[in-house]
Ligand binder design. Sequence first.
Ligand code: HEC
Length: 105
Amino acid sequence: MKTTKLIMLVMTIAVALFILIPNLSWADDGATIYKAKCAACHGADAAGKPAAKIPSLNGDDAKKLSDADLAKAITEKPKHAGVAKSVTPDQVKMVVAYIRELQKK
Ligand code: HEC
């Protein structure tokens, strides 16, 4: 009897996790993170907004930056104070990879 209850409990937790995981931010991929946290300023296609002094991320300047430079820009620029707090180091890596994808287009 005890074992059945334990199995039920484990099953319930498993189902709950299955429902929750897609909604947790660490399950995101680079594209999702970019769209949620960067596109508002830098644009969905990474073209930036010259009028608002927001640099393009797919132009020649950004292409010259190393992955480490991009990651540093994301976490250390004063303009990024809000967004830097909401991304984990892994998410920064994913976003950098996604910017490289955008730069190929
Ligand atoms: C509130 C608007 C805003 C958001 C949100 C934002 N940025 Fe920026 N970003 C800027 C501005 C403005 C600059 C230029 C300011 C500067 O260089 O100090 C910049 C600069 C950059 C640079 C440096 C580009 C270069 O050529 O040196 C990178 C890389 C970058 N952003 C990536 C990102 C990524 C990735 C995200 C999402 C995680 C993001 N930004 C979110 C406004 C924003």
